[in-house]
Write a protein that binds this ligand. Structure first.
Ligand code: FES
Length: 245
C-alpha cells in the first residue's frame, strides 16, 4: 500500500518546526505504525536525509515510550491502543496521515516527534512511592487486601505514563496520570502512611510543571491505551479534600 505522510520535523527545542510530506510506496497492512516509520527512515537514510526521530522501546504497549498524534488523535484514536500496537490495516491505500508529537507546554519538543516527558517523572518523585522497612520481605498473607480493592488498584496501576491523557486534554492536564497513581496507592494498605502528603505533593507538582487543571472533558479517558477511567480523577479530588482537612 502507498501512504502519504505529513510528519512534524523540528531540529531542536529552540528551532521552528514544520510538517514535511513523504510518500511511502512499500507500506504493508501487517506493519505496525512504528515499523512503517522504520521503513520510512531507511528510505530517508538511503536518500542521504536525516531520519525522523521518534520514541519507542518495548513495542508491546507496556513501557509508555511511544506516543504520537496521528491524524490529530493521541495514539491514532483506536480504543485502548498505544501507537506501537496500531497497525496499518486500519488505514486505506493512498491515505494521507498526519503525524505530530504530543503538544503541551510541559512536554517541550526535543526533536521531530520526540518530546521531553520528564515532567511526569517529577510528579512521581513528588509522591508516587511507598515507604518500606528494609530487611526480608514480609509474609504476604500478613497484609490482607480485599479482592475488589486489589482489582481496582490494579486497574489504576496499569497506567504506563505515556502522556496521551495530557496530549488529548484541551487544558493539557496531567490529572488522569496523577489520579491513576494516587488512586492506585491510596487503595492499598501499603500506600496509607504517605496518603495525605502524597496527594498534596503530587497535585502541587503537577501545577508547578505547567499542566492545566481538569474540567471534565473526558478526552483523557477516551485515548488512554490502558482504558483508565476518569473515575480516578474523582478519587483524586476526594483524596485531595480529605488531605486538606
Ligand atoms: Fe512501549 Fe509503545 S513502545 S508502549
Amino acid at each position: 500500500m502507498q501512504l502519504h505522510l505529513k510528519i512534524w520535523r523540528q531540529p531542536s527545542v529552540d528551532q521552528l518546526g514544520q510538517l514535511r510530506t513523504y510518500t511511502l510506496a512499500t507500506a504493508h497492512p501487517d506493519m505496525s505504525f512504528l515499523e512503517m516509520l522504520d521503513v520510512l527512515n531507511e528510505q530517508l537514510i538511503h536518500a542521504g536525509e536525516d531520519p525522523v526521530e521518534f520514541d519507542h522501546d518495548c513495542r508491546e504497549g507496556i513501557c509508555g515510550s511511544c506516543g504520537l498524534m496521528i491524524n490529530g488523535k493521541a495514539h491514532g484514536g483506536k480504543q485502548e491502543t498505544a501507537t506501537c500496537q496500531l497497525y496499518l490495516r486500519h488505514f486505506q491505500d493512498g491515505d494521507t496521515i498526519t503525524v505530530e508529537p504530543w503538544r503541551a507546554q510541559a512536554f517541550p519538543v526535543v526533536k521531530d516527534l520526540v518530546v521531553d516527558r520528564t515532567a511526569l517523572d517529577r510528579i512521581m518523585v513528588a509522591g508516587g512511592y511507598i515507604s518500606v522497612k528494609t530487611g526480608s520481605a514480609p509474609e504476604a498473607n500478613a497484609l490482607p487486601v480485599p479482592k475488589p480493592q486489589a482489582d481496582q488498584a490494579f486497574d489504576y496501576a496499569a497506567c504506563i505514563g505515556c502522556g496521551a491523557c495530557v496530549a488529548a486534554c484541551p487544558n493539557a492536564s496531567a490529572s488522569l496520570f496523577t489520579a491513576a497513581k494516587v488512586a492506585h496507592l491510596s487503595l492499598l494498605p501499603q500506600g496509607h502512611p504517605e496518603r495525605k502528603a502524597r496527594v498534596l505533593a503530587m497535585t502541587e507538582q503537577m501545577a508547578t510543571e505547567g499542566f492545566g487543571d481538569c474540567s471534565n472533558h473526558g478526552e483523557c479517558q477516551a485515548v488512554c491505551p490502558k482504558g483508565i477511567s476518569i473515575d480516578a480523577i474523582a478519587r483524586l479530588r476526594r483524596e485531595y479534600l480529605m488531605a486538606q482537612f
